[in-house]
Design a protein around this ligand. Structure first.
Ligand code: DAK
Length: 258
């Protein structure tokens, strides 16, 4: 792949969006490659957590590719937005936790990509924003929806209507990111978190993600019923026996994912 690199180690897949000369901007070609990489990750049996980052030290992703969008007809813009939504939805629906390692600008479609991930770690140099209104458009890859769900409608309104950027510490304060670390420690911190997740029962992590994500779309009582159903499913797995048995034997569990 020309624009998305994939590396696997210790149960973790690292996807790097690699177009640093334009701050990793998402063109249709980049989005198409990202979709393929996400699908490959989904099919991989040796992956238990995913990290997404940007190449270079300046940007995670500085947005959808403005040069590519400039001459789009309304029909092309719709197709582009649909492609973007497909990619964001595929990232969000991966059966493993996905960590955004935000190593610089996460603007527009880049902020939306980070929002589609389960967790976000930021370098102290990272900057976040939804500057689309400065270009005469609105967020097109789910930003108006996912940002408000994560940080509340007040901060979402401020960021989306003003187009202003916020720094990593502000992003931490409003709950947009889980942690801020020095830039040189970002990938290690993301890998460490991914490996911590990968050491847990993989079916349990997958079902926990399913319960959490589905619950965000449901009334509380329905979400709790769904949790009971998934909790019950855990008791049909060998991993439940392995995990509890290892605890009682004071041993480290060796989960089998069955
Ligand atoms: N697209 C294309 N090229 C970009 C880019 C982008 N988003 N961001 C940066 N670049 C390019 C620059 O043009 C420059 O290229 P050259 O001039 O070297 O050829 C190179 O990357 C380096 O950028 P700068 O020279 O500007 O670097 P600075 O350090 O001075 O500034 C910056 C960094 C991140 C503050 C600045 O580059 C910037 O403001 N970039 C644009 C950020 C932005 O506005 N992002 C949001 C994009 S809009 C929809 C579908 C999708 C979307 C919306 C609707 N539908 C179809 C409904 C999504 C929209 C967006 O994401």
């Amino acid at each position: 792949m020309a624009y998305v690199q994939m590396e696997k180690s210790a149960g973790c897949a690292l996807l790097t969006i690699d177009r640093p000369q334009v701050l990793n901007a998402l063109s249709p070609a980049v989005l198409t490659e990202l979709a393929a990489a996400v699908e490959e990750t989904k099919q991989a049996t040796d992956v238990k957590a995913v990290v997404i980052t940007g190449a270079g030290n300046k940007a995670f992703v500085a947005g959808a590719d403005i040069a590519a969008m400039k001459e789009m007809s309304p029909a092309e813009a719709r197709a582009f937005a649909q492609l973007g939504h497909r990619v964001m939805d595929a990232v969000a629906a991966l059966p493993y936790p996905v960590i955004a390692a935000v190593n610089g600008y996460a603007l527009g479609g880049g902020c939306e990509l980070a929002l589609a991930c389960d967790l976000r770690l930021a370098a102290s140099t990272a900057r976040f924003g939804q500057p689309e209104v400065k270009l005469g458009i609105i967020p097109g890859f789910g930003g108006t929806q996912r940002l408000a769900r994560l940080v509340g409608s007040g901060w979402a309104a401020q960021l989306i209507y003003s187009g202003e950027m916020i720094d990593a510490e502000t992003a931490l304060k409003i709950g947009l990111v889980n942690a801020v670390v020095p830039p040189e420690q970002l990938l290690t911190a993301a890998r460490t978190l991914a490996e911590k997740i990968a050491a847990n029962g993989p079916i349990a992590v997958r079902l926990a993600k399913e319960a959490l994500r589905a619950g965000l779309e449901m009334p509380l009582a329905q979400g709790c019923r769904h949790e009971v159903a998934l909790f019950t499913t855990c008791f049909t797995t060998e991993d439940q026996d392995i995990g509890m048995g290892a605890f009682l034997q004071k041993e480290k569990p060796l989960f089998r994912g069955v």
